[in-house]
Ligand binder design. Structure first.
Ligand SMILES: Cc1cc2nc3c(=O)[nH]c(=O)nc-3n(C[C@H](O)[C@H](O)[C@H](O)COP(=O)(O)OP(=O)(O)OC[C@H]3O[C@@H](n4cnc5c(N)ncnc54)[C@H](O)[C@@H]3O)c2cc1C
Length: 310
């Protein structure tokens, strides 16, 4: 490819329509809370389209997710999206979480079925009085409140799923129920994403399917995640981190190079929206966003309260 590569653009990301979103998880300890807020403080000036906060398995972080989302609303200019699962809960319990979010001013939910309480690999069975699956949950949210709903998508198929075709059928059901954006599980081979996109489009799914990008902060941890989520870790990726167990500085440079290669190739193929799994850390994500042409906006460095005082 020559200098005409679309990723070699000059000028602001906005002129190319580049948009990013960031995913965080709710902190467990005061120390984790501090690093989360350092990451949010660093990434907020990049003006993400939204930031999402995960919901622990079986609703285990219900209060912490809610508290984090509320703090984002109160102290930043960011638009939060709250993840919500329907595993091991009655419809009434899930509905009260939805109502709580709507009341707090949350206008975006990432709706998921969730993993069975026994973990991935255990057969999922819906709670007898609960939502049956993610599509049912999307419909439930749309019935209750004017809330934008995003859902998951799996370029390499979900581990429970018999085939990609079955996955695409499930995605279609979620779109028919009112979802307007899908965010993918992370992947390292862009061809998997392009193939999935093509199949989704030819099945009549026309909502944005935003690639989920996981910068490899820690290779061993990434391998463990991948094993649980059905994502492939290619040999070439393992090779790139080979021999660096005791060399964190070089690992970080390699991680940035790997993620840069992936997102710039996606841009070259026309992708404009990216969802970053931040693991509550800013540095790699910030660098990749910089490569994508995003620059900090001064006014977004301050919370609404700080702006009022200024
Ligand atoms: C962007 C993103 C964010 C996530 N955030 C969270 C989070 O905050 N909290 C959390 O706990 N988890 C989260 N997850 C993980 C998710 O909850 C699990 O992957 C869960 O197992 C499936 O939920 P889902 O809504 O993705 O599944 P669905 O879209 O309902 O299903 C995925 C696929 O699995 C197949 N499938 C589902 N159920 C069955 C079945 N019973 N039998 C056969 N096949 C079946 C279907 O083919 C379907 O296409 C996230 C995943 C992604 C991609």
């Amino acid at each position: 490819m020559s200098a005409s590569r679309p990723s070699r653009f000059v000028g602001a990301a906005a002129t190319r329509g580049i948009r990013v979103s960031f995913e965080f998880f709710p902190p467990k300890t005061a120390e984790m809370e501090q690093s989360l807020w350092e990451a949010i403080g660093r990434l907020a000036p990049l003006q993400p389209n939204f930031v999402s906060v995960t919901y622990g398995a079986g609703g285990s972080t219900r209060e912490r997710t809610h508290a984090t989302v509320k703090r984002i609303l109160a102290e930043t200019m960011l638009t939060p999206a709250a993840h919500l699962t329907c595993v091991a809960a009655t419809c009434a319990e899930v509905d009260s979480v939805i109502a709580g979010y709507a009341q707090a001013g949350v206008r975006h939910i990432v709706a998921l079925r969730g993993d069975p309480l026994g973990g991935v690999g255990e057969r999922f069975s819906p709670h007898p009085g609960g939502y049956r699956n993610a599509a049912d949950l999307v419909a439930g949210i749309k019935r209750k409140a004017e809330i934008e709903v995003s859902v998951s998508a799996y370029p390499e198929k979900h581990p429970d799923s018999p085939s990609i075709a079955a996955d695409i059928e499930m995605l279609k059901a979620k779109v028919d129920a009112g979802a307007t954006r899908a965010i993918t599980q992370f992947f390292f081979e862009n061809n998997l994403y392009f193939r999935y996109l093509e199949r989704a489009r030819s099945s009549g799914i026309d909502i944005p399917i935003v690639p989920g990008i996981l910068p490899v902060q820690n290779f061993k941890q990434t391998k463990n995640f991948a094993a649980r989520t059905g994502a492939t870790v290619p040999d070439w990726l393992a090779e790139r981190f080979d021999g660096l167990d005791d060399d964190p500085a070089t690992r970080k440079l390699i991680a940035a190079a790997v993620a840069a290669e992936q997102v710039l190739d996606l841009v070259d193929h026309g992708v404009t929206d990216f969802h970053f799994y931040t693991m509550n850390r800013a540095d790699l994500v910030y660098a990749i966003c910089h490569l994508l042409g995003l620059r900090p906006a001064e006014e977004h460095s301050h919370s609404p309260a700080e702006k009022e005082r200024a």
